[in-house]
Structure formats: structure tokens, C-alpha cells
Write a protein that binds this ligand. Structure first.
Ligand code: COA
Length: 448
């Protein structure tokens, strides 16, 4: 079943109800004690521009121009925006802290998606740091998501040390590749279809539907907000250096577009045969498109190096080049996940092997704490129920925090590894790891 055929797990009605929801009362009251006002920021109103300027300053960017503000306003409709305001500050209309979130979908092992609260734009002004404002906002958004019945929260991060304390864990790592193209030598398939240049606007038009067709097949991917496609393709009116991006498509032998890629080229003025390419985005539906587009990129004349980020930690590409040492691969934490509702989250994904696991989960924020019995059948379908007293006979007992359970959720982090690291307790972590594992590595191809 393709994404287009299925009923979305996050319906438009649920998304807009979440957007319209109030701020969390507990966090509002806590911030009010410090004289701060925690309130929603409207996208259409006068408070949008100062909110956006505070986000830009928080991420060390310059001031946004009126054109950039207008463009961003137009593309922000999918998010709910919240600010923390200090009435005593000289510029009191500019929030001293910001956060944005929206209801989206996270792909999980087995070709399904779970409703997920995506969080972004977390900033606290340097004048107000280390007073617990970020904690109040994060705890507030997590409570709001849990109250709305959203089983999972997710985010990508600027610093890896910030979010573990709220129960988030890196569940899909990303790989950055630097490939010496002459050394790599293509030994992969040479599919029959064709690769052509297209305009960036054409790519912008094709990408959303292609992504919708494939995203459920890869745990860790999300439904990409429309504004991101403009960011990649450089098709928003305020895009900078958009003309540097080259767009290509792969069309299969039957004439269907199965793959898209965007890349930039940097000349090497000391040696014109040694330019370098950066892959901005690569999206493929099927093995042929994947092979054809990568082959095109690795065989470009006058190019000595290809760079690509946000790849999976287990790319088929490694087996399509003659010399694996032509690729320098750097791994980094990328897609962070936080389970809020253990039963709902665990019943959506599929599992690597049948088994019975008695989970004893701790959660400092309370959302997910409890004892859960996960029973996985021969088809890899899991059912969850509560357990008390002694674990049922035959069950593998696993004691862990919500951070560790969230790390395993996409099938990319082994429970056995976490046990060896002292992060999980179990008499048979290997057996539990087999159940929780998945045969393909999760991946997230964007930042949000
Ligand atoms: C990161 C940031 C949001 C923290 O805001 P803050 O209001 O100062 O954070 P808080 O006072 O609420 O601190 C919350 C906790 O995080 C810790 N913390 C805060 N900043 C940290 C940092 N940079 N590194 C490690 N820990 C940090 C605090 O020690 C505190 O720990 P505790 O509650 O467990 O005792 C803020 O410094 C900021 O805006 N940075 C720039 C933008 C950014 O990186 N945003 C994150 C985007 S993913």
C-alpha cells in the first residue's frame, strides 16, 4: 500500500486540533511565578515577526528581512508557535524564548507510521538562560502532546546533551559521506532508465508525491512539511544562491519518474579536474533509481569528491563501489524519539522475531512509567498489556528508562548494546534485542 492510498494516522482534523490547543497550564503557572508570560504566538498577527526574529537570534542568525518574514509566515501554517514573554524587558513584544511543534507522522519498522509531535525552534535568549525556561517549555509541549493522545515526540538537535533529560534518545543516526570518486569506481547495477536535468521548480513539484510514496518503507522518516521542499529546491522567493543547485531526475524504462536529486558543485581553481559535489537531497523509489542517481553523481567528469549527509548508517552504496575505503563515513546522532504512550507506540511497529518481553520502564516525567508485557507473534506483530507482581513464565525481563526504550524504537539501536553499556538491565538482553531489532537501519533525510 502506498502512503497516498492509506488513511493518515495523523488526520487533518487532529493536526488542526493540536495546532489550536492551549499552552500547558502547569508550565504557564511555573513561568508566571518568575514574572514571565507563556503564550501562543499567532502566525497571522503582529507577534509573528518578533517571534521569528527571536528564533533567528537564538540560532545565531542575523535579522530577518520583511521579505523573509512574509515568506516564512506563509509557510508556517502547519506549526503551533509559542513564546515566553518578559513584560519588564525593553522590547517586550520580542519573546525571550520560543518553541514550535506540530502533529506529524513518524515511519516505524514494518511500513507503518505513528502520530508524532515534532518539536523545533527551541531557543532561550542569552539574557534569560539557565533559569529553567527551556525545561518549562519542553515539559509543557510533552504534556500538551500527551494530553492530545499523541504517543511519540521527536526532534533533531543542535547539541546532543540537551534532550536526554526529557526522555528523548537518538533512535536513527545519520551518516555523512565523503567519497573520492576516482578511487570509488562504480561496480553497482547500470539500470536501463535515463537520467535528465530538470528545473528546480519541476523537482519541487515532483518531490512531495515521490516522498509520500516511499517514506513508510524507511523507519525514522517523517512526513515532510511543504516549506522544507522549497528550502531544498531553493524555490522560495527569498532563497539565497538557489541557482547553484542542479536538479536531476531518474525515469525508469516505463517512463515513470522514480528518483530525484539536487546537488551543488564547487570548482577547484588550483586543479579544474578536482571539483567537489555536495548532494543537497536525494530521493529514490526503488533500487534502480538509487543505483542510477548515485552512479551519475560518482561518474561526473571534472569531479574528484562527492559529499552527502543524512544518509543511513547502512547504505547499499557501500557495496556499489570497488574500493570501500574511497568513502570516509562519519556517524552522528540525528533523529531523536521520545515515547509518551508505551502501549500505543509499541503496537504500531513490527518486530524482528517472536517473543515475550516484560518491560519495567522508568520515566522521570511520568508519562511512560510502568510495567508492560510485549508479546510478539510469528508475523512480528506486537500486543502490549500491563503486568504486576512476578513476570509471566517465559518472559524476558528488561528494566530500562524511557530514554533507552525510545532509542530502540526504530530498530536501529540494539538492546544488547545498551545492556553492555550499562543502560539496561536484563538477564537475557540478546533475546530481547532479537525481538526489538529490525533488518534495515532507520534513517531521517532532513533536519526539522
Ligand atoms: C539550549 C537552550 C535552549 C537552553 O535553555 P535554558 O533555558 O538555558 O535551559 P534551562 O535553564 O531550562 O536548562 C534545562 C536543563 O538543560 C541544561 N542545559 C541547558 N543548556 C545546556 C547546554 N547547552 N548543554 C548542556 N546542558 C544544558 C541545564 O543544565 C538544565 O539541566 P537540569 O534541568 O537537568 O538541571 C538555550 O541555551 C539556547 O537557546 N541555545 C541556543 C539555541 C539552541 O541550541 N537550541 C536548541 C535547538 S535543538
Amino acid at each position: 500500500m502506498t502512503t497516498a492510498d492509506r488513511v493518515p494516522v495523523a488526520s487533518e482534523a487532529d493536526r488542526s486540533a493540536y495546532r489550536a490547543g492551549p499552552v500547558d497550564e502547569q508550565s504557564r503557572a511555573r513561568l508566571a511565578e518568575g514574572g514571565l508570560d507563556y503564550r501562543r504566538t499567532s502566525i497571522d498577527g503582529d507577534d509573528f515577526a518578533p517571534w521569528l526574529q527571536s528564533v533567528a537570534r537564538g540560532f545565531l542568525d542575523g535579522e530577518r528581512t520583511p521579505e523573509q518574514i512574509a515568506s516564512s509566515r506563509e509557510r508556517s501554517g502547519y506549526r503551533r508557535l509559542t513564546g515566553v514573554y518578559d513584560p519588564a524587558a525593553p522590547v517586550s513584544e520580542a519573546p525571550v524564548a520560543t518553541i514550535a511543534s506540530w502533529l506529524g507522522e513518524l515511519s516505524v519498522p514494518g511500513g507503518a507510521a505513528v502520530p508524532a509531535c515534532a518539536i523545533s525552534a527551541v531557543t532561550v535568549a542569552p539574557t534569560h538562560r539557565r533559569r529553567g525556561i527551556a525545561r518549562a517549555m519542553l515539559e509543557g509541549e510533552l504534556r500538551a502532546a500527551a494530553d492530545a493522545g499523541i504517543p511519540v515526540a521527536m526532534l533533531t538537535v543542535s547539541e546532543s546533551t540537551l534532550y536526554g533529560r526529557y526522555g528523548f534518545a537518538p533512535a536513527a543516526a545519520s551518516a555523512s559521506w565523503r567519497i573520492e570518486t576516482r578511487r570509488a569506481a562504480w561496480i553497482g547495477p547500470r539500470p536501463e532508465g535515463r537520467v535528465d536535468f530538470i528545473s528546480r521548480e519541476t523537482l519541487r513539484g515532483l518531490a512531495p508525491a515521490l516522498h509520500e510514496r516511499v517514506r513508510l518503507a524507511l523507519a525514522g522518516e517523517i512526513d515532510v512539511p511543504g516549506s522544507h521542499w522549497d528550502g531544498f529546491a531553493g524555490t522560495s522567493p527569498t532563497a539565497e544562491k538557489a541557482g547553484e543547485k542542479r536538479a536531476i531526475q531518474y525515469t525508469d524504462a516505463a517512463g515513470e519518474v522514480r528518483g530525484l536529486a539536487l546537488y551543488t558543485v564547487r570548482e577547484n581553481h588550483d586543479d579544474f579536474t578536482k571539483a567537489s559535489v555536495r548532494v543537497v537531497y536525494l530521493l529514490t523509489d526503488g533500487d534502480d533509481a538509487y543505483a542510477a542517481l548515485w552512479r551519475f553523481l560518482l561518474e561526473l567528469d571534472l569531479v574528484a569528491e562527492v559529499n552527502a549527509d543524512e544518509l543511513s548508517v547502512d547504505e547499499p552504496l557501500l557495496w556499489m563501489i570497488a574500493d570501500q575505503r574511497a568513502a570516509t563515513i562519519t556517524l552522528r546522532d540525528h533523529q531523536y524519539v521520545r515515547i509518551l504512550d508505551v502501549a500505543a507506540a509499541l503496537e504500531v511497529r513490527r518486530y524482528g522475531a517472536p517473543g515475550l518481553i516484560a518491560l519495567d520502564v522508568s520515566d522521570a516525567l511520568g508519562h511512560a512509567a510502568g510495567r508492560y508485557l510485549l508479546e510478539v507473534d510469528a508475523e512480528g506483530v506486537g500486543r502490549v498489556r500491563a503486568w504486576e507482581g512476578d513476570a509471566p513464565a517465559g518472559a524476558v525481563e528488561v528494566s530500562l528508562g524511557i530514554e533507552e526504550l525510545s532509542a530502540t524504537y526504530l530498530g536501529g539501536v540494539s538492546l544488547a548494546t545498551l545492556a553492555a553499556a550499562g543502560r539496561v538491565r536484563s538477564a537475557d538482553a540478546a533475546a530481547a534485542a532479537r525481538v526489538l531489532s529490525w533488518h534495515t537501519a532507520p534513517r531521517l533525510s532532513i533536519w526539522y
